[in-house]
Design a protein around this ligand. Sequence first.
Ligand code: GLU
Length: 456
Amino acid sequence: MSAATGAVTDALRELHARFADVDEGELADYIPQLALADPGAFGLALISMDGHCYSTGDAGVPFTVQSVSKPFVYALALSLLGLDEVSRWVNAEPSGEAFNAISLEHGTGRPDNAMVNAGAIVTTALIPDTPVAPRFGRILDCLSRFAGRRLDVDEEVYASEAATGDRNRALAYLIRSTGPLPVDPVAAVETYFRQCAVRVTALDLAAMAATLANGGVNPLTGDTVVSEPVAAQVLAVMATCGMYDSSGDWLLRVGLPAKSGVSGGLIAAGPARFGLATYSPLLDPTGTSVRGHRAIGMLSERLGLHLMYNPALAGSTVTLVTTADDLPAAPTGERERVRRGRVAVAAAQGALDFTAAERVLYALDEAASGRTGAVVLDLVRVTDIDTVARAMLRSGLARIADDGRRTAVADPDGRLCGPGDESGGPRRFGSREEAVTWCTETVAGPAAAAPRPNTP
Ligand code: GLU
């Protein structure tokens, strides 16, 4: 392990050491097999968007996924049926109630959300069941793709829950009596029990959470498991409903989309940052792992991971706002200097999204004073432009052009205007100096014969 990445593992180890001796909480025992878990087991795992894996303690110890399966089966339902259809059957409101409560909408019988048992049973029932692709086969495939390896079922835990799960059966019958459950309640609950008995490790759960955080693409395998909108929808429901009846408090204090399960698994996702998972089977009264809750809470606080602390963009987006006569390459002659003084220049760097594009547009306005006749946007040090930022920058430059100013971009990689994209966009050059030179010629009077856009 290299020194740098060792620092991440050290952070996990420190949390492990800090909370390993906490012996508060109880093993779940309403599924008899779960009461046999080792109360001392404690593992942590974190997987980055680049697929870098960090873990400590019992991160490779298998246990059953239980409720942590719910967001992933919800993701499968959303992928197959779409948000509107799924929402007809399962709402997305925090229930504020325990995982096994009768959380059904008054009048319709629609479960409050897919993170509590009532909603999860309906979600499972929504997965199509055909001879070629049986319902449980689809679910196991989907969970496996999220984990990046083939998962299997712990038959003993399944049998244990099947033998004792009357409350879930009762819930399913109740749902059918108040609103139309699309399948036979017994069949729905049996599949739901199997889904809960799928065996995972904390490392698997970290990969599953990381896939949601990574817009649906598993960072270990590169597999697109669900689309980006579906991943965002699932994270939203996890954020508001993932932690049973302490979901509000969790969002307030920890601030990450999360899901806990009664076997002691707990996942949290930092959108576009990481997937995190813990395993420790001693549960608090709401059914969440005591050590897991504390470890993720502390990590979030220490590393500033709370979603609502949206940090300012790292590094400044805009690196230069000036006119071309101030640039180091400005030539000596007075006439030329005056001409260059009429060319506004703004430069940006890094990855441009909505926030960054707003800054760049503001800088362009700042650079383009009344006396400038042309505007150069230097994107040479920009590494990426998302579709929103691209549209904003193009329309901003178009408005400047409509105002009667020449516009040019230094965009050697064609990030703003791709090759062959000459239709009305700003003139593209391979370097800032070439763009400035062209603008200097054009601001002086009728445009000199403009060179073709540069292709590096
Ligand atoms: N199989 C469990 C049940 O339905 C899952 C509950 C949970 O993990 O919250 O009771």
